[in-house]
Design a protein around this ligand. Sequence first.
Ligand SMILES: [Fe+2]
Length: 299
Amino acid sequence: MIELQDIAYVRSGVADLPTAVDFAVNVVGLELVGHVDGHAYLRADTRHHCLAFVEGRSGVLSSGFTLIDEDALAAAESELEAAGVKVIRGDRAGATARHVRDYLAFEDPFGNVVELVVDQSRLPGPVRFGRTAGITEFGHLCLDAPDVRVAYRFWSSLFNARASDWIGDMACLMRIDPVHHKLAVFKGDGPGLCHINFQVESIDDVMRSWHFLTERGVEIEMGPGRHPQSSAIFLYFKGPEGLTYEYSYGVRRITDETWRPRYFDPAEPDAIDLWRGPTKRPGTQTQIPFTAEPREAGR
Ligand SMILES: [Fe+2]
């Protein structure tokens, strides 16, 4: 069993780096940590970055999770290979670019590129947010899969991910720690990043951002609303190059070991939004295939 400690980052390829950075800083509110070799690093908390834009082809490159140490990384490599999953060990340049000590990469059954890392750098100083959006941390990431049941079996058989709740066959919300979900899989046509989530301090932050975004003509994809599964108040909106961001407040923590995943029928009116607002599936940033030329993909 591979023990995921936490989410680490999303690496996203962008054709127009300045526009993507401008939105992430001045609209979303992240801190721009730095620009190096066509990479722009953004953070929301003490992680060195939780979002890296990589200049090149537009599309998600990978999603990273932390493991406890190098022994765990070596064991993960063996376990994945024993399960028939092809693993690519990271090189020094790749580790430097990711601000980790070591890492490996693999594809989930649908082609989502996932990286496991050890020793993700931390920046202990206060975050200099680009805007006062009330962000407290990188909350979760959501991948697409044509079959969420198969995705769940992959994540729950090889990893410590447990289903917290299901939204029919549309979504599986999984936890790797007490937070209701740090990994979600939504039904989609193929691999991709459905959205990246940032937790905010209060409902007031969600509502203030809603007005802020609306006034600036940013496309609101869904919300404000409240998910019945996590009880989080949510707002999804679209950034450049098809990257969907989400703010949310009040996510449920599951500390009761007797918790059993619940099943919500998406056809029911309250299944996605307790407030019964218009619901729309957030758009996906398509996965750049692992086999793409590194230079072309911006890796
Ligand atoms: Fe979400």
